[in-house]
Design a protein around this ligand. Structure first.
Ligand SMILES: Cc1cc2nc3c(=O)[nH]c(=O)nc-3n(C[C@H](O)[C@H](O)[C@H](O)COP(=O)(O)O)c2cc1C
Length: 196
């Protein structure tokens, strides 16, 4: 039995490939770990605002009031990560990177003191013992070939999660979804490749 957090960031609703792929990963995890709980958050529908001065102050000093609205929401997002055993993140590739809504969510959870800490020896991640699955959807192919170096989404997310202490990261790709020869099979191929 696991606590699963599913983070959706595609604005495309029922047409979204990354949501379908994320759902398929969650389904396989629930089948593997019966009785698991699943919390779903949709940062496209319910976006975190860009960081403002009050939240920076609240998360980087002890001066701010603890009932600051932005801080309460940020703390909730951190707690959701801490409570999860497995985090599944749907990632549409947008202009070679992640949607800005997903970046805004990251800015709310990758915070010093709660997600990582600075020590004399450098930086230490505080979010340990978790598994992350990235469900990446892209119009072209980035796992290999001439576009590989243009992928600033999966490598970036892998580094961010490494930084906060997560080492067990699996990236599943539905790629070539806009390519005539792959668009009809890309999602199923990705679903078939899911190993939990
Ligand atoms: C704003 C925007 C930017 C995109 N940028 C890229 C890109 O840089 N590379 C790519 O291969 N596909 C790109 N695409 C195609 C999407 O990655 C593809 O449609 C994918 O299925 C989106 O995920 P979703 O279906 O979960 O929304 C872009 C699509 C949109 C809407």
């Amino acid at each position: 039995m696991k606590n699963i957090l599913h983070v959706i960031s595609s604005p495309s609703g029922e047409n979204s490939i990354s949501i379908k792929l994320g759902n398929a990963i969650v389904e396989k995890l629930v089948a593997e770990y019966p009785g698991s709980s699943v919390i779903e958050i949709n940062v496209a529908k319910d976006p975190f605002p860009h960081l403002e001065e009050n939240l920076i102050k609240a998360t980087r000093s002890s001066a701010a009031p603890s009932d600051d609205e932005a801080l309460v929401r940020s703390n909730k997002a951190v707690q959701q990560i801490k409570d999860a055993d497995i985090i599944v993140i749907g990632v549409p590739l947008f202009n070679f990177s992640i949607p800005s809504t997903l970046k805004a969510w990251l800015d709310n959870v990758v915070r010093p003191g709660v997600a990582f800490t600075y020590s004399e020896n450098g930086v230490q991640g505080l979010i340990t013992g978790k598994q992350v699955y990235l469900a990446v959807a892209s119009g072209a192919i980035y796992s290999e070939g001439p576009m590989k170096d243009f992928d600033f989404a999966a490598p970036y997310l892998e580094k961010v999660f490494n930084f906060i202490g997560v080492t067990d990261i699996t990236t599943v790709r539905a790629e070539g979804v806009n390519m005539p020869n792959l668009k009809d099979i890309a999602l199923q191929k990705a679903i078939d490749s899911i190993a939990v």
